[in-house]
Write a protein that binds this ligand. Structure first.
Ligand code: M6R
Length: 588
């Protein structure tokens, strides 16, 4: 959702640093942006630049030299998409400014307390914060003013305030993510660690109810409730700077799809599989939870654990987990899957499970994130930074980890590695020129379609759901993924002449029944796109995916990603920043 980036320190181009910083957060989704800075030259007030729409070719060359600045990309909630509603928001003196993520649920009540004497220029909930800090700072130091204001907020929030007079930036969080970066005589703050990579790898994710005070030479972490200083140990990011670049690809999504052969190969050398296996074995009742693509990885896990390890694990969409929590107790294990580790629905579900004393294990890509810290057993996904809104390499890596865990539980660790080697061979084949050309041609064929279906059985069912999600979220073609057996229970009514129907047809126990589904759709005029190790009469188009035993779901999903990507490019759309979507959904 909204993005935050702040800088204080030795450099005099703080506004530009911040502007470049919010550009790295564009993928989170936004509809307006703003930068505010304290000018080096004498000025009575902070200087702001705010714009509606995307950053595009804009710059901040018109902003003055500064060593203290912050910026924000806004995703409108309270108040329309206007310049007035765009952050930063100034107090009445123009010397205090705030940016805010989240929702101040009691802003109406708080606003009534200050509105008589203060002029509000926006319709946002956020602006109340700047006037409250203004009032409090007339009697207290700035840090205390921010703290007492923050403590009055209800809801999930992250706030950063700048004081021109005291030359500092003070941040506080409860729910919405914030990470600080420690530099050499310069300090950073952002809503996401990847934006900090060009400057520092020494970071610290603020916990709920923690504050950070950033000055030229230090960052001090405080307990927001007591106001006392906390001693923390920074995390060292293992990601490389280039990992967060496009590396010659035209989009992040393309780069991230193409990174999968390497990232998946690294899974073969993991040493932490056994710890997840042990946690599952020791649990009485295990639950896989996640949202969106991460949930489909959970669903894939249920098939893998049941067929390979003969173990039943429940999969549940995190936002629905609440309604099943009566079954959770101190012997339960919740295995939470997430790329960002900040998805609010998932964090909420995990917190509730903790209240029932369940153990929390997680497979999470962003180390140090909220989910990471909430977990008794956090396992790094190690897919590297994923910037494109559509989740790709994170998901296939998670499935690889679950696959190997299932083999480990079954006592067949070596066989798991053999299967992963087959997966790698099949994946590499997809990235051969001929195969990429075929996928490209197939995607072009359905670029004008408005409706398509993706079907599969067994592990090809989550692959079908995931492929449909990928296609709809970036190409805006309505795509429905379903279990092939469900076709005749309703959806087949929508198939007419030319409707694209993607069928996953691996050589496994689902083969005949899946083929029958393809024939049923073909008989109604469907244009059958077969993803299979071999050509079939039923197919109008064929994409070859070599079988990889129980791991075939991984190459199948990658073909689905490429189809979604190619059709999006064919439609001249930006896959990295699809409309209405954010990379990290930090609100409920
Ligand atoms: O960061 P998370 O893995 O927790 O995110 C979960 C979903 O929001 C995410 O997978 C979403 O569905 C993606 N846009 C799918 O490509």
């Amino acid at each position: 959702m909204c993005g935050i980036f702040g800088y204080i320190g030795k450099r005099e181009d703080a506004a530009t640093i911040v502007f470049e910083g919010i550009k790295t957060l564009e993928y989170r989704g936004y509809d307006s942006w703003g930068v505010g800075c304290v000018p080096l030259t004498k000025s009575d007030t902070l200087i702001l630049k705010k714009r509606v729409g995307k950053i595009g070719n804009e710059d901040v060359k018109d902003l003055p030299k500064s060593t203290l600045a912050f910026g924000h990309t806004r995703w409108a909630t309270h108040g329309g998409v206007t310049e007035k509603n765009t952050h930063p928001h100034l107090d009445c003196t123009g010397t205090i400014a705030i940016i805010h993520n989240g929702i101040i649920e009691n802003y109406d009540t708080l606003k009534k307390q200050v509105s008589g004497t203060h002029t509000f220029v926006s319709e946002t909930d956020s602006e109340v914060a700047t006037h409250m800090i203004e009032v409090a700072s007339s009697a207290h130091p700035f840090i205390e003013a921010v703290r007492s204001t923050f403590l009055q907020f209800e809801g999930s929030n992250a706030i950063i305030a700048i004081s021109q007079k005291e030359h500092m930036m003070v941040a506080a969080r409860n729910g919405s993510p914030l990470v600080v970066g420690f530099g050499d005589h310069e300090q950073f703050i952002a809503s996401d660690a990847s934006g900090l990579l060009p400057y520092t790898k020494r970071i610290y994710f603020l916990e709920d109810n923690e504050m950070a005070v950033l000055t030229d030479d230090a960052i001090i972490i405080l307990d927001a409730v007591t106001g006392k200083e906390k001693h923390i140990t920074p995390t060292i990011l293992t990601w490389s700077v280039t990992a967060a670049n496009k590396n010659g690809f035209s989009t992040f999504m393309e780069k991230e799809i193409h990174e999968q052969p390497i990232v998946l190969e690294q899974c073969l050398h993991r040493s932490d599989i056994q710890s997840i296996a042990e946690a599952i074995k020791n649990a009485r009742g295990a639950y896989l939870i996640g949202c969106g693509t991460a949930y489909y990885a959970c669903l894939a896990g249920t098939y893998l654990f049941s067929t390979i390890a003969q173990r039943h694990i429940n999969a549940c969409v995190a936002s629905e987990f609440t309604y099943q929590e009566e079954f959770i107790n101190n012997a339960s294990l919740v295995l939470a899957l997430s790329q960002s580790g900040e998805t609010m629905d998932l964090i909420d579900a995990v917190k509730r499970a903790k209240k029932h004393d369940a153990s929390i294990a997680s497979i999470v890509n962003v180390q140090g994130s909220t989910l990471w810290r909430l977990s008794n057993l956090p396992i790094p996904c190690m897919a590297g930074p994923e910037i494109g809104v559509a989740s790709t390499k994170d998901m296939t890596t998670k499935i690889a980890i679950l696959l190997m865990t299932a083999y480990d539980i079954a006592g067949h660790t070596k066989e798991g590695k053999q299967v992963m080697k087959q997966v790698l061979a099949s994946v590499k084949n997809i990235f051969e020129k001929d195969s990429l050309n075929t996928i490209h041609a197939v995607a072009n064929h359905f670029k004008t379609s408005t409706n398509l279906f993706v079907v599969g059985r067994g592990t090809s069912y989550p692959a079908a759901l995931e492929t449909a999600l990928k296609i709809k979220e970036i190409s805006y073609i309505h795509a429905e993924g379903l279990a092939a057996g469900e076709l005749k229970h309703g959806a087949i009514a929508l198939i007419e002449k030319g409707t694209p129907c993607i069928v996953f047809l691996p050589h496994d126990e689902t083969y005949s029944a899946n083929l029958a589904a393809a024939m049923e759709m073909k008989a109604r005029g469907g244009y059958i796109i077969g993803i299979s190790p071999q050509q079939q009469e039923a197919f109008d188009a064929f994409i070859e995916v070599k079988d990889a035993g129980t791991g075939t779901i991984i190459p199948n999903i990658i073909v689905g990603q490429l189809l979604a990507y190619d059709v999006t490019i064919a439609k001249n759309l930006d896959p990295d920043k699809p409309r209405n979507l954010a990379k990290s959904v930090t609100v409920k």
